[in-house]
Write a protein that binds this ligand. Structure first.
Ligand code: HEM
Ligand code: HEM
Length: 449
């Protein structure tokens, strides 16, 4: 019977191994899936910082790749013949093999689908860009759902994903155990179905190659470290940020009032300012200043315990300011929120979404100050209003200032409470992941207009 089966032409009994395409897909999917499980563990356990964020991006990318390959593999299976079971294999073994294989297709497709459901229903709405290159949509219909229904789908995705993960462990144990049994105990051709040319027995090099490959993929899963989040793009600059910085504790105390003053008489050009005696300063108009390239406006926050540095690359400032004419000084800073960069394109896109800046409804934040106080030599506070995300709140901005001829350098830092402006909706309104306090700082050079 055995001899008869073996001597039959392949077309009658079936091929002696899987087709090359099926074999390539099997090993590719197997390697990707094992790597993916390790990534999943690391991403799930890690602190919710920049590295975890990057691990999840890769987890999503590989998961979707597995989905595409598995659908291709399934289509191929339906249109191509598989090798027959070894002659004389008991029925229960055949059934068990089929059940494990069907189970694999369930997890190969079910895990990415449940993962995709999680990503599509997350409150933070992080877009998926496969390998940072190919935008991948959310599952249609899910992102638009009302909050309650969305949360229910999200729970379903999480539960489904973790149940299927456990099922995967069981299938893998059965599958690997079965391969070992066929290869070592039964000494039949089953391993050769998937490893062309393999002979039965423990000495078969392809078996050891598969074992080494398995170990290598597990090691790669643990060793992989995402590229460090890039430093935010500096504003188009000729000079570096450090060139501008005033020492925090030693502001420009030496700058005499007269040299910082505006024109000698209201009508006189600014260039004559150096000659103005202090006594006349009360009459002076504040000077208009033009912000120079290389100035920058930054924000710092923490995501879990990982610090994240951000920068606005587009903003303008209308500055009318003289230390001697504080009562008539004015400052308006207009910030293009869509220009916020934190070194990660996908995080930046989420920042603009409805949960954070909501830039489609509120493209700009504005800080307007008409009250200035001098707190020490070269140190001032601008008391104004910040209009962010449609919410207006008072904000005080302390800064140090040094004026040298026509050039002023200023630096300031303040903290604001993002929750007071509604930056962080839904699960992000809570401050356990992202603390409420956001540090905002600037360093600028300006020239008299
Ligand atoms: C996560 C990893 C793996 C997955 C998802 C997986 C999945 C599958 C599936 C679905 C099949 C059935 C093919 C079909 O008839 O359509 C199969 C067959 C097979 N797999 Fe895997 N596999 C994995 C890992 C491995 C490993 C590590 C080995 C070997 C060390 C292996 C050896 C085999 C062999 C020999 C067959 C052919 C069985 C037969 O005669 O039909 N697999 N695998
Ligand atoms: C075959 C593909 C996939 C495999 C093998 C896989 C595996 C895993 C594993 C092992 C975990 C850790 C879970 C735990 O330890 O309980 C995990 C978590 C996670 N995976 Fe996947 N995953 C796959 C596809 C995807 C895809 C495509 C996405 C998103 C598009 C995704 C999103 C997630 C998320 C958000 C978590 C955290 C889950 C939670 O907290 O419940 N996964 N995955």
């Amino acid at each position: 019977m055995t001899a008869e089966t073996l001597s039959k032409p392949a077309s009658a009994a079936g091929p002696s191994r899987y087709s090359t395409v099926a074999i390539i897909l099997h090993w590719l999917i197997a390697a990707a899936l094992i790597f993916q499980v390790i990534l999943g563990w690391r991403a799930d356990d890690g602190p919710k910082g920049a590295e975890t964020f990057a691990l999840f991006q890769l987890h999503k990318s590989i998961g979707i790749t597995i989905l595409v390959l598995s659908v291709a593999r399934l289509l191929w299976k339906f249109t191509h013949r598989s090798p027959p079971a070894p002659a004389g294999q008991p029925t229960w073994e055949k059934l068990a093999a089929s059940a494990v294989h069907v189970g694999f297709y369930v997890i190969m497709i079910g895990l990415p689908l449940t993962g995709w459901i999680i990503a599509s229903t997350s409150r933070i709405n992080i877009p998926t860009v496969l390998y940072g290159l190919v935008p991948w949509p959310h599952l249609p219909g899910l992102p638009e759902l009302a909050a309650g229904a969305k949360d229910a789908w999200n729970d379903f995705g999480h539960i489904g994903h973790s149940v299927l993960v456990k099922f995967t462990y069981v299938l893998l144990a059965l599958h690997l155990g079965a391969v070992a049994k066929h290869q070592i105990l039964d000494r039949d051709e089953v391993f050769g179905h998937m490893a062309a040319g393999a002979k039965p027995g423990i000495k078969e090099p392809r078996l050891w190659l598969a074992a080494a490959g398995f170990a290598a993929v597990v090691a790669a899963g643990y060793l992989y470290t995402p590229a460090k989040a890039k430093a935010p793009q500096p504003a188009p600059a000729e000079s570096s940020a450090d060139d501008l910085a005033l020492p925090d504790e030693a502001p420009a105390a030496a700058a005499p009032a007269a040299t910082q003053a505006g024109p000698a008489t209201p009508a006189a050009p600014a260039e004559t300012a150096e000659a103005v005696p202090p006594a006349d300063s009360a009459l002076k108009d504040p000077v208009a200043w033009a912000v120079q390239k290389g100035s920058h406006l930054d924000f710092n926050l923490a995501w879990a315990d990982t610090p994240i540095q951000g920068r606005f690359s587009r903003w303008t400032a209308d500055i009318l300011f003289s230390p001697e004419a504080l009562d008539r000084s004015k400052l308006t800073v207009s910030i293009d929120l869509a220009s916020a960069g934190t070194g990660d394109g996908q995080r930046d896109e989420s920042l603009q979404g409805p949960d954070f800046f909501n830039t489609s409804a509120n493209p700009k934040a504005t800080f307007t100050a008409t009250k200035f106080r001098k707190t020490a030599e070269g140190r001032f506070v601008a008391d104004g209003t910040l209009d962010l995300r449609g919410v207006k709140k008072p904000l005080s901005l302390p800064f140090s200032l040094k004026i040298d001829g026509d050039t002023a350098t200023a630096r300031g830092v303040t903290t604001l409470d993002r929750t007071a402006f509604g930056v962080g909706q839904g699960e992000w309104a809570s401050t356990d992941q992202i603390p409420a306090k956001i540090k905002v700082s600037f360093a600028l050079t300006a020239k008299k207009k």
